[in-house]
Design a protein around this ligand. Sequence first.
Ligand code: C5J
Length: 221
Amino acid sequence: MMRVHAQPFPFELDLERAALLIIDMQRDFVEPGGFGESLGNQVEPLQSIVPTVKKVLEAWRLTEKLVVHTRESHLPDLSDCPEAKLLRGNPSLRIGDLGPMGRILIRDEPGNQIVPELTPLQHEVVIDKPGKGAFYGTALHEILKQNHIRQLVVMGVTTEVCVQSTLREANDRGFDCLLVEDATASYFPEFKAATLAMVTAQAAIVGWTCTSQVLIQAISS
Ligand code: C5J
């Protein structure tokens, strides 16, 4: 056990039972010219965390503990995309349409790949998820159980959507979650701040948050 300085109180990290979970660091959300930008979002807040996510990932890889990457993606025939998601709102591009980096949110399209700086290693787990939460419609829970995981260190985008949904799903399944504050981002900085506050409120009702610096220090010691 190692004590990590965290909010709202220290997190007792048990590396033997912990996995690193990186949410949706895919080109279409993060890179200029992708789907996120085509929706009118500024991608800079998302781009700016890539070096920090990379630093934590590299430190975690040295521990040889489990790494899981996720991608929000759908099958090419959209059979795993509910109509409610497909038809929501009035966007200029819908899921499955041809966007700046291939078909939007479709598995194996260029925009659906993890950004090159964070490319998964061959032995790392990659979960393609049809929803916002990483547990919905995926084998994630089974994989974590098989690996005797009880704690998740979480990074990625966007803080208030797929990251927060995943944290809540994980919390309900009995995982202790530690979100890395400077390794998560939103197109809306105020939503990120609100999410960090919501996660840690009421004595860690959803989980803990910490900085990448204290996490790297703890796992490297
Ligand atoms: C969104 C995500 N924002 N990864 N996806 O639609 O948060």
